[in-house]
Every structure is written in structure tokens, then in C-alpha cells.
Ligand binder design. Structure first.
Ligand SMILES: Nc1ncnc2c1ncn2[C@@H]1O[C@H](COP(=O)(O)OP(=O)(O)OP(=O)(O)O)[C@@H](O)[C@H]1O
Ligand SMILES: [Mg+2]
Length: 259
């Protein structure tokens, strides 16, 4: 079992504090969902953990099996087994999807133990089939001209090929049609197991009908303000966020408001 432990994490962007003490522990074999209104710091949390240069961690720690992730370079974080599926994946011209995936897979393996081309292709083919992706997606440049839904499906392809210990998926369901939502969910469910933990950032309970989370958290004002089981997501779908704000005496849930 592995553990990703986020402890009292404070993050600023251009001297403005966005995250104000996030605490969250994720074990492998667990799927956590983070919900919360717009502008409450969810994507900031994902970016800070992955080491986006714009996000300055002012205090706190992120431990992967006791090792400080915040001291690792970005490529070391990936090598250590962290994966970030982005809300807006970037396009990389000149690098094919397959080449990108193969170097990603090899980066997680020791030198001299690179995956054979045959084995890689076999695995890629089977995952692409499971995700119902067109064959030509492998040879196209990474994300270039991919539709919104194709980009999201491709993020899950990366996830399935790279097999990280922990994945943080930011709005992986946004812009997906009904079939794609089901397919993407199948991919994530396929990953479930002793060696995989996942944090899913989403606005909609709909996704959680396909992927049953073990824990659901609500983020407001740059903190996790409430946690529960899957029933919490259903309650939010029905009743919105006002009852939490009332319960906790929060007037403005965004990070703008100093608590
Ligand atoms: N690069 C940046 N520069 C300036 N402000 C930023 C930057 N990134 C985030 N912020 C601000 O931080 C706050 C939190 O943003 P964040 O993207 O984390 O919210 P979110 O919870 O993911 O919202 P959404 O649900 O809309 O995706 C917002 O007020 C946002 O404007
Ligand atoms: Mg966001």
C-alpha cells in the first residue's frame, strides 16, 4: 500500500494566497472525489502537487510514502508515480502521441529495462481498443486538433499506459458526451486496485454514478471544509452548496475572501 499525504498545504500565486491549509490523505485502493464551487482552489491543488512553476508553496508538505514530493523536480514526481490529468491538456506539435507515451513509460523504468516496441504497441492497441479510440490517434501529434472529448480520453490512455501510483484527474468529465463519460469511467475503474489511488476533481455527481468514490471532499476558500462518503456527492447534486456554507458560516466560498 502507498499513501499520498497532503499536510497543511499553503500555495500562493503572484503573492496571493490561494490554498490556505489543505489536508488530505489518499491511500492506494481508494478513489477520492473533490467537489466545490468555481474558484475555490481545486485546480490549484492539482497544479501545486504536480509542481507547476507558477504555484509557490509557502508552507506545508506533500508526502508520497513519506518522501517529500515538493522537493522533487517535476519529472521526478512523475517517476515517483504521480500523474496529473489536466483540465486543459496542452497541444504539443512535432511529438506523436505514441512517442510521448513510450518515453513516458520508459521514464518510469530503469535504464536498460525499456519496454520493447512490440510489447508497447500491443499494450497501446489494447488500451486504445478499451477506450474506443481511433487507431490514428496514436500517430497524430499530441493533442493537436483533438476534440475536447478526445483530449480527455487521451488523458485516460496516458493514465492506463503510465500506471502511476496516484492520479489527480481535474474535470476529466467536462465536455464528454454520454458514451465517452461511460468509456472514460471504465478506464478509471480498470485502474482500481492495490497499487492505484485516485483523486477526481469534478463538478458533477453524474461521473460518480460510474465511478463510486470511497471519499468525497468539498473545497471552499482554499481548504477542504467537509468530507464524507458518496452520499455527500448526492446531497450536493440535490441541494447545492448553500447548506454547507450555512453550516460553516461561510459567506463567500471563493479564495478571494479572507476567512
Ligand atoms: N495562474 C493564475 N494567476 C492568477 N490567479 C490564479 C491563477 N491560477 C488560479 N488563480 C486564481 O486562484 C483561484 C482558484 O483557482 P482554481 O483554478 O484553483 O479554482 P477551481 O476550484 O479549480 O475552479 P473551477 O471549478 O472553476 O475550475 C481563482 O480565483 C483563480 O483566479
Ligand atoms: Mg479548476
Amino acid at each position: 500500500m502507498a499513501t499520498l499525504e497532503i499536510k497543511d498545504l499553503h500555495v500562493s500565486i503572484e503573492d496571493k494566497e490561494i490554498l490556505k491549509g489543505v489536508n488530505l490523505t489518499i491511500n492506494t485502493n481508494e478513489i477520492h472525489a473533490i467537489m466545490g464551487p468555481n474558484g475555490t482552489g481545486k485546480s490549484t491543488l492539482a497544479s501545486a502537487i504536480m509542481g507547476h512553476p507558477k504555484y509557490e508553496v509557502t508552507s506545508g508538505s506533500v508526502l508520497l510514502d513519506g518522501e517529500e514530493v515538493l522537493e522533487m523536480e517535476v519529472d521526478e514526481r512523475a517517476k515517483a508515480g504521480l500523474f496529473l490529468g489536466m483540465q486543459y491538456p496542452s497541444e504539443i506539435t512535432g511529438v506523436t502521441n505514441a512517442d510521448f507515451l513510450r518515453s513516458g513509460v520508459n521514464a518510469r523504468r530503469e535504464e536498460g529495462d525499456e519496454i520493447s516496441l512490440m510489447k508497447f504497441i500491443r499494450e497501446l492497441d489494447s488500451k486504445m481498443e478499451l477506450l474506443e479510440m481511433d487507431e490514428d490517434m496514436a500517430t497524430r501529434y499530441l493533442n493537436e486538433g483533438f476534440s475536447g472529448g478526445e483530449k480527455k480520453r487521451n488523458e485516460i490512455l496516458q493514465l492506463m499506459m503510465l500506471k502511476p501510483k496516484f492520479a489527480i484527474l481535474d474535470e476529466i468529465d467536462s465536455g464528454l458526451d454520454i458514451d465517452a463519460l461511460r468509456i472514460v469511467s471504465t478506464g478509471i475503474n480498470e485502474m482500481r486496485g492495490e497499487d492505484f489511488g485516485c483523486l477526481i476533481i469534478t463538478h458533477y455527481q453524474r461521473l460518480l454514478n460510474y465511478i463510486t468514490p470511497d471519499h468525497v471532499h468539498v473545497m471552499m476558500q482554499g481548504r477542504v471544509v467537509k468530507s464524507g462518503g458518496e452520499e455527500l456527492a448526492r446531497k450536493l447534486e440535490e441541494q447545492g452548496y448553500d447548506w454547507i456554507k450555512e453550516e460553516l458560516g461561510i459567506e463567500d466560498e471563493t479564495v478571494e475572501q479572507e476567512a
